[in-house]
Design a protein around this ligand. Structure first.
Ligand SMILES: [Zn+2]
Length: 138
């Protein structure tokens, strides 16, 4: 089984990313969404790249996603972050093409496959809640 590493490099929280990094406090995966064309997008930007509207902001996404790609890191890059662990790109069920880079947890590495349904879980570190993903219970 993979488990959360003991150490992480934490993200820099900006006004635009604060909702994303702190949504886990209330169990919410908060992703930017355009209020004009209703498309989701990530990472957050001050305007919608589709329709150029500035009426954008975080909304609560489903937290469900699908593994689009992954790699197993085998190299001990950081003390306290021992390999192996899975770095994955997941595509949100809310909208095709909206992807997050994350870690997969609560899953044996040999069981990870592209197309696997996953759901968000949060790891609280200091002032941020890191969105990680685990397999959806069958
Ligand atoms: Zn838009």
């Amino acid at each position: 089984m993979t488990s959360p590493p003991a150490f992480r490099l934490l993200p820099e929280v900006t006004p635009e990313t604060e909702a994303f990094w702190t949504g886990g406090e209330t169990g919410e995966l908060r992703i930017y969404r355009c209020r004009s064309c209703r498309h989701w997008f990530h990472p957050p930007t001050p305007a919608c790249f589709r329709c150029r509207s500035r009426e954008v902001g975080p909304e609560v996404a489903s937290g469900r996603a699908t593994v689009a790609a992954y790699t197993v890191n085998q190299h001990p890059w950081f003390d306290g972050f021992p390999p192996p662990y899975v770095v994955a790109i997941v595509e949100l069920d809310d909208e095709p093409g909206v992807r997050l880079t994350t870690n997969l947890v609560d899953c044996a590495i040999e069981d990870v496959v592209v197309g696997m349904p996953v759901e968000v879980v949060f790891e609280h570190r200091d002032d941020v809640w890191l969105p990680l993903f685990r397999p959806v219970a069958a």
